[in-house]
Design a protein. Structure first.
Length: 366
């Protein structure tokens, strides 16, 4: 039946493909290899042969004849996703990982530097939307015993059969990696999946299994209870730190010449640091180190660097940060970051550095 349905698409391939179509055709044949086609043969102009282990793929313009075991279909190369879905859907023993409606659950995990929205997928692992502070949204599948073969998977979005206003969508091919995170998607596609789920649809990944050449595997998400969980997830995003740990871990604030007063620009950053420290549960210590340029003598500079470091510690303490978390040190002009031979170099050296030290991860988890 699927072969006949695919044959009816043949009329769309009566003219040669343009350069864009050729590129799509190339994607198609690479997907054929990854999905375990025993044989794929194009009918048309300019043939080219690919060899991968025991699989032989002959490509060209026009449409192709593909075999999966005893199943056979002829499809235009331009209909790559539709053809792959039609062929793989003919498997009666396809392994499907998908939460039932009565067990579908979306969980929100909130932290000062990360927001997660995830769905457990029974016997597979989980589907995770994650946004770290200062970064864009990303999506990944987590599977401790990943059954998906490395290569490319077909990504579709299935509309609920009870809603005639929605239609299935073909979202394209996505890379499949080895390991416990076989599929990772960047911001654009991750946001597309959010939109599909919010609309009530079910994104699905279709790929062959690594352990059997003729075995198809489908991993799907359920949109049940997604909207209510997404509201909680947005609340987490609204409280997310504007910067990530890579910026917070090591930073500095500058000072005017011969001054220990905190500038308005320095206050802005210290407010961000105080917000992070007040909410983070894994920070062991903040090291505050004062520095100067070489304008004055060593004794004067040592005292000036101490006053600068103490000024930063006092400001953070005024924002509710415990003094026990703050370690103050001062170094005078001993550790310049720029030569003290220019105005700009001296300005760089008039600074207080801040370094966050976190609790070792195994201890933090307890």
């Amino acid at each position: 039946m699927h072969a006949k349905r695919c044959m009816r698409l043949k009329k769309f391939a009566q003219r040669p493909l343009n350069s864009t179509g050729d590129a799509i055709s190339g994607q198609y044949f690479q997907a054929c290899i990854g999905l375990g086609f025993e044989r794929a043969r194009s009918q048309g102009i300019k043939k080219q042969t690919y060899q991968r282990s025991s699989e032989k793929i002959v490509t060209g313009r026009g449409f192709l004849s593909a075999h999966i075991g005893m199943r056979h279909a002829v499809c235009p190369a331009r209909w790559l996703v539709a053809c792959l879905v039609l062929l793989l859907s003919s498997y009666t023993l396809a392994v499907t990982f998908h939460p039932r409606m009565d067990e579908a659950l979306w969980e929100t995990d909130s932290a000062v530097l990360r927001c997660q929205l995830s769905q457990p997928i029974p016997a597979f692992g989980s589907a995770v939307f994650e946004q770290n502070a200062g970064q864009a949204l990303r999506f990944y599948l987590y599977s401790p015993a990943n059954p998906l073969a490395k290569g490319q998977a077909v990504l579709t979005s299935q509309a609920p059969r009870w809603n005639p206003d929605l239609a299935d969508d073909e979202l394209g091919l996505v890379n499949v990696l080895e390991g416990s995170q076989p599929i990772e998607l960047e911001s654009a596609m991750a946001n597309r999946l959010v939109a599909e789920l919010y609309a009530g649809k079910s994104p699905r990944f279709l790929r062959r299994a690594w352990y059997a050449q003729g075995q198809a595997v489908e991993v799907a998400m359920s949109s049940v209870a997604f909207r209510s969980a997404y509201v909680e997830y947005q609340q987490c995003l609204s409280a997310l730190s504007p910067v990530g740990f890579d910026q917070l871990e090591r930073s500095r604030v500058q000072f005017d010449s011969d001054k220990a007063a905190i500038t308005s620009k320095a206050q802005e950053w210290l407010n961000t640091m105080a917000d992070y420290l007040s909410r983070a549960t894994d920070v062991e210590q903040l090291f505050i180190d004062g520095h100067t340029d070489n304008t004055h003598n060593t004794s004067y500079n040592s005292e000036l660097s101490r006053r600068r470091a103490e000024a930063v510690a006092d400001y953070l303490a005024s924002k509710g940060i415990s003094r026990n978390q703050l370690t103050v040190r001062f170094h005078g002009e001993r550790f310049p970051v720029s030569p003290n031979t220019s105005v700009a170099g001296k300005a760089d050296n008039r600074r207080v550095t801040l370094r966050v030290e976190r609790v070792p991860q195994p201890i933090a988890r307890r």
